[in-house]
Write a protein that binds this ligand. Structure first.
Ligand code: G6P
Length: 370
């Protein structure tokens, strides 16, 4: 393999750092073609044709499934398209009914995950279109799709997916914008604004990477805990799941992600003065709700690690244990940027514990057997 660590200690660190560049390549490929000769990306997106579709079914495994859960918020809010998300190992055996007005979408870094491929084969001939979002353009999943959209992340070696996840999100966001226009829910000005907000993400991700020093300090504590909780609302909810998944995968710390609103329905019973609770709370429409959830945790001694922007931290940061500052982000795509502190938190906690970051025990990069 010609890919090396490029001076980084681990592939994961290198792949985290590469994100501004690869995200900008992906956003350019799908959105930038307007004025240039290279319209490939735009044409791929247009060819899906969401105009007479009444449902989008998204199926994947692991981190790719969490990208689908995040994008569901965008497809519903921006494109007004009903979305169903499922993990492939469940979907393939459920015998779900499918109409020819459904687009079936499969997200896979490797394009070879056995359950995802089986779910795709189940949908072939039933759904209107089989679409995939893949990193490996020559993969089985890409080959068996009507439309295969490359995420252009470059080779990803670290078992815990980082740049592939944020590139998947970027491509799914371009798809949601395209679907919204095709379905008559976006005028030209609104579309331009969303495209600009998405094109700004690579720069925001670059800014988010500067939280690394702060994250290292937090990780020096996290390395010594046995459990952690991650909370988020809206599109930050699947990202809380991703933060917990990453921490489990590479640092072997038991972690759970929850929708903040579910706190009262169970996980609050776990809160004591030892439990770190990571709260993803950008200052958006749901901010006040997140702050009241944080207060519920703090009232029980829980240690909040608040991830927010400057306005959010000054408005709601009182009494929290630690803060991680993110740039201020306009529009619906903040989850892509907030993935960065989730990656760095798990990475530095794993370093603190001395676990094998790139090759965590029992895990495989690509699961090609059931
Ligand atoms: C494995 C990997 C994960 C990945 C999942 C799905 O579990 O360790 O990082 O998210 O498979 O893989 P895929 O290649 O389909 O995205």
């Amino acid at each position: 393999n010609s890919v090396d660590k490029g001076g980084y200690k681990h592939f994961m660190a290198k792949e985290i750092a590469e994100q501004p560049r690869v995200l900008s390549a992906a956003a350019d490929y799908y959105l930038g073609g307007r004025d240039t000769a290279d319209r490939m990306g735009r044409e791929l997106l247009e060819s899906i044709d969401f105009s007479n579709v009444d449902r989008l079914v998204m199926v994947a495994c692991g981190t790719a499934a969490l990208a689908c859960h995040t994008a569901k918020y965008w497809f519903e809010q921006i494109a007004r398209l009903p979305v169903e998300v499922d993990i492939a190992s469940e979907y393939r055996y459920r015998e779900p009914p499918l109409s020819d007005r459904t687009v079936a979408l499969f997200v896979s870094q490797s394009g070879e995950t056995a359950d995802t491929l089986a779910a795709l084969r189940y949908c072939a001939g039933k759904a209107r279109k089989i679409v995939s979002v893949v990193n490996v353009a020559t993969s089985s999943i890409a080959r068996e799709s009507d439309v295969a959209l490359p995420i252009l992340a470059g080779t990803e070696i670290g078992v815990a997916s980082t740049k592939a996840f944020t590139c998947q999100l970027t491509v799914l966001a371009t798809m949601a914008i395209t679907a919204a226009r095709q379905r008559g829910h976006l005028d030209a000005a609104a579309e331009t604004k969303l495209c600009e907000q998405l094109m700004a993400v690579p720069r925001l991700v670059g800014q988010a990477l500067t939280c690394e020093e702060e994250v290292k300090k937090i990780a020096s504590h996290l390395g010594h805990v046995s459990d952690a909780l991650f909370l988020g609302r809206g599109a930050m909810y699947p990202l809380a799941l991703e933060g917990a998944l990453k921490l489990k995968e590479i640092s072997y710390i038991h972690a759970e992600g929850y929708a903040s609103g579910e706190l009262k329905h169970g996980p609050i019973a776990l809160v004591d003065d030892k439990l770190p609770v990571v709260v993803l709370a950008p200052s958006d429409a749901l901010f006040d709700k997140s702050v009241s959830n944080m207060q519920e945790v703090m009232a029980r001694g829980g240690k909040i690690i608040m991830v927010s922007d400057q306005a959010g931290l000054s408005e709601g940061g009182e009494g929290v244990w630690k803060t991680i500052e993110m740039p201020t982000i306009e529009g619906p795509f903040a989850a892509i940027t907030y993935a960065v502190p989730m990656q760095l938190l798990s990475y530095h906690t794993a370093i603190e514990k001395g676990t094998d970051v790139d090759q965590p025990r029992n895990l495989a990069k690509s699961v090609t057997v059931e």
